[in-house]
Structures are given as structure tokens and as C-alpha cells.
Design a binder for this molecule. Structure first.
Ligand code: SF4
Ligand code: SF4
Length: 212
């Protein structure tokens, strides 16, 4: 079946070309309304809770290494199949799994955030860093060392102590406390917990007038 769209037009509209006048009227109205474009990079956007930027592996201050325990959940849940992990376990009983290789192919990532949501120890995070475009593809295949360096850079640019940084994905919305693993039971600002979580349009109310 063929569907044809034929806009209705009155004979007056045909004679006087009213669409042109409507278009000019719209242009005139926009001339006097507040611009919605941002003069980037002079004007920087305010990062909102739940922003999903550059990947990083959280550096454990106790060991100086990543917190990853090699459970493979992130690699299994990733819809883009862009996480590669290789690990081994020492033969001694009770020894932890050792991560040999952890890689993320950022170019294939769809920034769904499933990896950080599913991680039981808050090892992987999508940071608030959004400026990391490159000219070469290989530099966007993040190795473990690069992911740890990403975390270090992110921490250095944060205006608050690391302990106060809580990623909303570490505390998935609507999840009962009993369903969360220990590291995910971090204290969160009240507006990020449960029904009070401020996301999307509601967040605009919290912005200064010039950014809302
Ligand atoms: S954000 Fe989504 S697509 Fe990207 S690495 Fe994580 S799970 Fe995969
Ligand atoms: S889910 Fe977390 S702990 Fe498990 S392999 Fe991925 S980053 Fe490591």
C-alpha cells in the first residue's frame, strides 16, 4: 500500500503564499527569544547526576590498584561486547583472582551504564569527563593502566573529596537496600535516593537561571 502525504492548502494560501509569512514570523519570534545554543568551549555545561562519560577503573587507595575482582559480570552484561577481561587464580586456597588484562573499546560503547550498575564492588565507572576525542582509533581502546589513569585525572579535577563522590549508578534507582552489595550501600545525597532522585527535567529546577 502506498501512502501519499498531500498537505492541505487553501486557495488563499496559494495566492498569498502564507507559509512564507509564517516562516518569517517564526524567525522574528526567535530573534527576541533567549538563545538555547551554548558557546562551547567558552561556556561549559553543568554535569548532571547520572552523566555517563569516559570510562575509568576506580583506584583502591588501600592497594593502589583497581578494585576489580574479575567476576566478569560487566563483560557479560555489556550489550556492545566491548569489555575484555583476562584473569587467573593462583593455586593457593583462598587466593583472589588476579586480573591480567582489562580492556574497554570505547568506540563501540553505547554508554548504557550497565557495567557500573552490575559491578558488585564499584570498580568500573563512567566518569563525568566528556572531552576525550582523539585523532587515532587505538587511543580509544582503553587498557587497564589507561583506565586507572582516567580515574586519577577525574579525581584530580573533582572539586570534592573522592570519598564524597557517589555515582548514581552505584546506587541504582528503586533498588531495595537489602539487594545491594556492601560497596553499593554508600551514603548518597537525599535527592539521589529512591523516589526523590532528581534526574531529567526535574534537575533543571536545581540549575542557576542562566543554565536552566
Ligand atoms: S556502558 Fe554499556 S556498552 Fe559501554 S562498556 Fe559499559 S556495559 Fe558496555
Ligand atoms: S563487574 Fe566489576 S568486579 Fe566484576 S569484572 Fe567487571 S569491573 Fe571487575
Amino acid at each position: 500500500m502506498q501512502i501519499q502525504y498531500k498537505p492541505r492548502r487553501s486557495w488563499l494560501g496559494t495566492i498569498f503564499q502564507t507559509e512564507i509569512l509564517q516562516g518569517m514570523g517564526l524567525t522574528l519570534r526567535r530573534l527576541f527569544s533567549r538563545p538555547i545554543t551554548r558557546q562551547y568551549p567558552d561556556e561549559r555545561p553543568q554535569i548532571r547526576p547520572g552523566f555517563r562519560g569516559q570510562h575509568a577503573l576506580v583506584r583502591d587507595p588501600a592497594t593502589g590498584d583497581c578494585k576489580c575482582i574479575g567476576c566478569m559480570r560487566c563483560a557479560m552484561v555489556c550489550p556492545s561486547r566491548c569489555i575484555r577481561i583476562r584473569s587467573h587464580k593462583d593455586k593457593e586456597p583462598g587466593s583472589r583472582r588476579v586480573i591480567d588484562c582489562y580492556r574497554i573499546e570505547a568506540l563501540r560503547c553505547v554508554y548504557c551504564g550497565y557495567c557500573e550498575e552490575v559491578c558488585p564492588v564499584n570498580a568500573i565507572v563512567l566518569t563525568e569527563v566528556y572531552e576525550y576525542s582523539r585523532y587515532e582509533r587505538p587511543s580509544l581502546y582503553f587498557t587497564r593502566e589507561q583506565l586507572l589513569a582516567n580515574w586519577d585525572r577525574f579525581v584530580a579535577q573533582m572539586d570534592k573529596p573522592v570519598k564524597e563522590y557517589v555515582n548514581p549508578f552505584w546506587r541504582p534507582r528503586g533498588q531495595a537496600e537489602r539487594n545491594l552489595t556492601g560497596p553499593k550501600r554508600l551514603p548518597v545525597p537525599p535527592e539521589w535516593s529512591g523516589e526523590q532522585q532528581v534526574v531529567g527535567r526535574k534537575w533543571r529546577q536545581h540549575l542557576p537561571p542562566e543554565q536552566s
